[in-house]
Design a protein around this ligand. Structure first.
Ligand SMILES: *Cc1c(COP(=O)(O)O)cnc(C)c1O
Length: 719
């Protein structure tokens, strides 16, 4: 095998004493370590915020005198050294959960493929929930010591940037990622040339180079086709997420799946678990079959071997939402592949064939289900829905024996916890509480936190969110190119004393962001109640091709700018991980109104619960498992409706009733002599206690390991 060079580029120069800032900047470990973040803030907080918390940009742009001052500052240097020591200890620690639990599996490797990875706002190669989940999976794998690598794309144009016109229309701008400003490390061979892989597309080979991102102990490998060897079109192949062009899309998926396998081989890696997070990467199984056929196996033998250590996670409860291609497109792209597999065209098509109302399609989850032996959905209800949905693939069995299990999603505690909440938990739960985040026993100590301390942190986080909104509005106003309603909409009138509800997510129609507007007059009365005012903050993007989604944004925006709403509705543009963090930490109530059972899991409400925000949501996805009668509020019941109109009427009515009769009075009226809403706080504690351990990626990744990965490892015949 060739030696791979992983030389960290040096895009900045530093005083020798703090040279190791470079290692911190090139490992995303700092993302879930507040002490590491505070080093940057200490030197220049304004710069840190201005550049969206990007350490590389920070070290490039920070004024040299500030660095020189830091090197003379003993208080700073103490903290700096402590962070570096913690970082080094983390990287070399032998005492991980994985090493303790699986003594002889040191040489195994799990490869985790995903179309997107949401690790931090400064590396914008994610669109939404799927990417955040992938990012959180890697971070938890690192914390637990799992031998895992990620495989994905570095998208030069990132995901689009959103602004909203005066009339509420979503406008999108492409974003160009400067590779010198992100923590990616080029992989080079001995001669210093980029490590490359090539995949066959019709009439040509497309090449990609490989970049490495360090995520704690875990490496993420990102493919990039922007190379001189490729045609101008192919150079664009990896520039955007979720293209609507079918040729681009299938080419990307071939590059991710088949190219991803080749990339790992180039790096000398031999995984015994191949995890496809969603169907986008399912072509990886084909590449592995071809490898084995080249070593002398028959197609059937190779297929059986490969299946045994493939793991597939489905995230889509709606048949139309599944990633699929027309058959003619598959003919075009795979005619060259079936001879290599020693199978006929029809045998190949059958691997992904599904009859649709318009004819047959080649459906990626079908391919993934057929080529994996371990399969899971992402919540209990989604498991039921998935077994129904894919029953036609296993007609010899009853529905409940369709071999798709479920592992409910979680969130990476360290990434989503607010700094001050973290301090509180360190003080009252355990100094190392994050290492036990999945232990329900530890969380019972939540009751030992004095109400006034918990409430002080909650108030602080709401003020922080308010200041953020106000400052954004101020910048718009200063900038001058904005209409006053746009300034108003971004929260200039927001204040930190009103009950504040957050609603932020992708604006897909099934999420029903407009449900709360169904009775406009009633909503107006609720939020404008002088004694008990309510604010609602909306944020989120619609896919640029999703016209109905954009219309929903417009509908919300029109309400936001309606003077009768009193400036108590806010729309925060350009939802990203930074805004998500501020919202899930800063509001009082997190609202989610999907049409059941379309929300496979949802994760933003878990982030809210961890930070002491109460959930008020439809009993779908994770909340159906999380809600226990005293840790938040439901919307609707466990019913699915046939008539959507009737459903929206009933559920919106219930939404208003619960707000008026329960949520708002509980927040404002039941106050103690020292003005603490004790009953509210009791609910907050109950919510943290019951939700935090269950919906952590620490619990989730352990479950992947003990329920699915271990089977793949034991099954591994591909040696
Ligand atoms: C957590 C998160 C999501 C996913 O939230 P849902 O509850 O699944 O809608 C999407 N986008 C961002 C930026 C997030 O942080």
């Amino acid at each position: 095998m060739n030696t791979i060079r992983r030389k960290i580029p040096m895009p900045f120069s530093l005083p020798r004493r703090i040279q190791r800032f470079t290692d911190l900047a090139f490992n995303l470990w700092w993302v879930w370590n507040h002490d590491a973040q505070s080093l940057f803030k200490y030197i220049d907080k304004a710069l840190w915020d201005r550049i969206n918390h990007n350490p590389i940009l920070f070290l490039q742009q920070v004024e040299r005198p500030l660095l020189n001052k830091a090197v003379q500052d003993l208080f700073f240097l103490d903290r700096f050294d402590a962070v570096i020591e913690k970082f080094d200890n983390y990287l070399k620690s032998e005492k991980t959960w994985f090493k303790n639990t699986y003594k002889n599996l040191d040489n195994e490797l799990i490869a985790y493929f995903s179309f997107e990875f949401g690790l931090h706002e400064s590396l914008p190669v994610y669109a939404g929930g799927l990417g955040i989940l992938s990012g959180d999976h890697l971070k938890a794998a690192s914390d637990l010591g799992l031998p895992l690598v990620g495989v994905g794309f570095i998208y030069k144009q990132g995901y689009f940037t959103q602004s909203v016109s005066e009339d509420g229309w979503q406008e999108t701008r492409s974003y160009y990622l400067n590779f010198a400003e992100v923590p990616i490390i080029p992989l080079q061979d001995e001669a210093g040339l980029p490590v490359m892989v090539g995949v066959e597309l019709p009439g040509r080979t497309v090449y990609a180079r490989i970049w490495q991102v360090n995520v704690g102990r875990v490496q993420l490998y990102l493919l990039d086709s922007d190379l001189e060897e490729n045609s101008p079109n192919d150079r664009q192949l990896t520039s955007r997420l979720y293209s609507n062009d079918q040729d681009v899309r299938v080419s990307q998926e071939i590059l991710l799946g088949m190219g991803g396998v080749k990339a790992l081989r180039q790096l000398g890696l031999t995984p015994s678990v191949w995890h496809m997070n969603e169907g986008h990467s399912a072509f990886l199984a084909l590449e592995r079959i071809i490898e084995l056929i080249e070593k002398g196996k028959t197609y059937q033998e190779a297929l059986e071997i490969v299946k045994k250590n493939n793991v597939f996670t489905t995230h889509t409860p709606v048949p139309a939402g599944n990633d699929q291609f027309p058959i003619w497109l598959i003919d075009k792209y795979f005619a060259q592949t079936w001879p290599k597999l020693n199978i006929s065209r029809d045998q190949f098509i059958d691997l992904g064939r599904q009859a649709q109302s318009w004819g047959d399609s080649f459906v990626m989850p079908v391919l993934a289900l057929k080529l994996s032996e371990q399969r899971n959905a992402v919540s209990e209800l989604h498991g039921e829905v998935s077994r129904e949905m894919w029953h036609w693939l296993w007609l010899d069995r009853p529905v409940n024996e369709v071999p798709i299990t479920h592992i409910t999603n979680g969130i990476h505690t360290g990434t989503w916890i607010a700094r001050q909440m973290n301090n509180l938990f360190q003080k009252y739960l355990d100094p190392n509480w994050q290492d036990k985040a999945d232990d329900p026993e530890m969380w019972t100590k939540i009751d030992s936190i004095p109400d006034h301390e918990l409430w002080a942190v909650r108030k602080h986080l709401k003020r922080k969110l308010t200041v953020y909104c106000n400052e954004r509005a101020r910048k718009m106003w200063l900038n001058g190119n904005f209409h006053p309603v746009q300034v108003l909409a971004s929260g200039v009138m927001m204040e930190p004393y009103s009950l504040t509800i957050g609603f932020a997510r992708r604006f897909a129609t099934y999420k029903r962001a407009n449900l709360v507007f169904r009775d406009y007059e009633r909503l107006m009365r609720i939020i404008n109640n002088d004694r008990m005012p309510v604010q609602i903050i909306f944020s989120g993007k619609a896919h640029p091709a999703d016209e109905p989604g954009k219309l929903i944004i417009q509908q919300i925006y029109r309400a936001v700018k309606d003077a009768k709403m009193g400036g108590r509705l806010i729309f925060l543009e350009d939802y990203d991980m930074n805004i998500a963090r501020l919202l899930v930490q800063g509001v009082d109530v997190w609202m989610n109104t999907p049409r059941r059972p379309n929300e496979a899991s949802g994760t933003s409400g878990m982030k809210a619960a961890l930070n002491g925000v109460l959930n008020f949501s439809v009993l779908d996805g994770w909340w159906r498992e999380g809600y226990n009668g005293k840790n938040g509020w439901p919307i609707g019941d466990h019913l699915d409706y046939q008539d959507y109109n009737q459903q929206d009427d009933a559920e919106s009515r219930e939404l208003y009733d619960t707000l008026e009769n329960e949520i708002i009075p509980l927040y404002y009226e039941s106050r103690s002599a020292d003005n603490l809403p004790n009953e509210w706080i009791a609910r907050v504690k109950e919510s943290i206690r019951s939700n935090a351990p269950l919906f952590s990626t620490r619990r989730m990744v352990k479950e992947y390991m003990s329920a699915l990965y271990i089977k793949s490892i034991e099954n591994n015949l591909d040696k």
